[in-house]
Design a protein around this ligand. Structure first.
Ligand SMILES: Cc1ncc(COP(=O)(O)O)c(C=O)c1O
Length: 429
């Protein structure tokens, strides 16, 4: 299929892009227009590995190259190149705040979610001691488990575990009612499982945490590209995300209430900035990448095409991610229906609310053998535990190499799904 549709840039909204016609857009998400933004997709592979990291649209690549071409300096200098870096940083905070419904002054930027979570766990645990408790789940990626387990252990606090209910693959609200008490200081929970897509009732869990005087640390790394996010509606005191999961470069961010950040004293160098959020950002930020993050947010804001109208960036992001979610869910029904219809395939997870992320095994093949077979058919999938260490244990898959993950993102199309299904069908009988 030709990929000739024009790539939407912010300027196109002013000059009028070559839309295919209003009816097309109202009838559905224009995936060909979206795919045309991504040069990497031209290699012909079906990129079903988006849950491990997405490809970059031209606008993001250009923004990063443009930042370097314009000249960057280190932060806080008296000359224009330094001021450009500081403006890129400020704009990136505004973009991530628009994406998540947070406030720019509460956006901590850094290399990735894992590093930032370790940093915050250490800062938060400085206020805990013996008798305090932390709640973690067996649904979460290990980056929202181990930093809390280790921080709790360092100060003598107790860890309480929310188990995964199977076969649904969810962490029910009722178990948090039993686990959370007035000793709880923090509840760490994912907004979506990176393995099986489950979207737990984060707002309900956070409300229980708040009623007990505890904080909610929400891992939004997998969830952010698959639907709209509002940190206040979620009740997330701290919300972590990673731009490389939503068409941006390798940058992590944690969004928090600036007042909460003011109450914490992270490790920092003596001459480093003392204000919030800068004091959480150890060392020099990757300024050009931050320009890419802002461009990635603009890309998400463009996804609904003209349906997103001329609203604020936040409004356009909400429209774009809602359109992306509807598109992904439609394809997911085809993907899951196809996999479940094959006798030699077992799929995992049945949560009522989940992202378009399939996790499956094939009888008689290791996950790596399946992934290699699919790679031979030009279909990219991930195999293994994907660092959802506790969950692969709960599913009984840890000792056998996990399973195969096929994760849809907004640039996947029907042919990607059909190619995966055809290649998996070859492994039957
Ligand atoms: C749900 C989830 N949380 C956390 C992480 C870790 O993110 P990062 O690579 O930014 O440290 C990942 C990465 O795959 C993830 O999928």
């Amino acid at each position: 299929m030709a990929r000739a549709a024009a790539c939407l840039r912010p300027v196109d909204r002013l000059t009028g892009p070559p839309w295919r016609g209003c009816d097309d857009v109202l009838m559905g998400f224009d995936v060909d227009r979206v795919r045309a933004c991504y040069p990497a997709l031209a290699d012909g592979y079906a990129y079903l590995d988006g849950a491990a990291g997405t490809q970059l649209p031209n606008a993001v690549i250009d923004a990063m190259a443009g930042a370097y071409r314009a000249g960057l300096g280190n932060s806080g200098g008296a000359f224009p190149a330094s001021r450009r870096s500081d403006e890129i940083t400020a704009e990136c905070r505004r973009a991530v705040a628009d994406l998540t419904g947070g406030r720019p002054q509460g956006v901590i930027l850094g290399p990735n979610m894992t590093t930032l979570t370790y940093r915050l766990a250490r800062a938060l645990a400085a206020g805990w001691g013996p008798g305090d408790e932390v709640v973690v789940t067996r649904l979460d990626h290990d980056a929202n488990v181990r930093p809390w387990v280790q921080a709790a252990s360092a100060v003598g606090a107790v860890v309480r575990w929310a188990d995964v209910q199977l076969p649904e693959g969810d962490v029910p609200l009722a178990s948090f009612r039993r686990l959370i008490s007035d000793r709880t200081r923090l509840v760490a929970v994912t907004a979506a499982s990176n393995l099986i897509g489950t979207r737990p009732d984060v707002a309900g869990i956070a409300a229980l945490a708040h009623a007990a005087g505890a904080l909610a640390y929400v891992d939004g790394v997998h969830a952010t590209p698959h639907g709209t996010v509002d940190v206040r509606e979620l009740g997330a005191d701290l919300y972590a995300t990673s731009a490389y999961k939503w068409s941006g470069p390798h940058v992590g961010a944690v969004v928090a209430d600036p007042a909460l950040l003011e109450s914490l004293a992270p490790d920092k160098l003596a001459p480093a900035p003392a204000e919030v959020p800068d004091r959480f950002e150890q060392g020099t930020l990757a300024f050009a990448d931050l320009a890419g993050v802002t461009a990635a947010v603009e890309h998400l804001a463009s996804l609904a095409g003209p349906a997103s109208g001329a609203g604020t960036r936040r409004e356009r992001i909400l429209a774009g991610l809602a359109a992306a979610e509807a598109h992904e869910q439609e394809l997911f029904r085809v993907l899951l229906g196809g996999l479940d219809a094959m006798g030699h395939v077992t799929t995992y997870g049945k949560a009522a609310r989940r992202t378009a992320t399939a996790y499956f095994t094939v009888a008689g093949r290791t996950p790596r053998q399946v992934a290699e077979h699919l790679a031979g058919r030009e279909v990219n999938v991930w195999d293994g535990d994907n660092y959802a260490w506790e969950l692969t244990g709960a599913l009984g898959l840890r000792e056998t190499g996990g399973a195969v993950r096929a994760g849809l993102v907004h640039y996947n199309d029907r042919s990607d799904v059909e190619r995966l299904l055809a290649a998996v069908a070859e492994l039957g009988g």
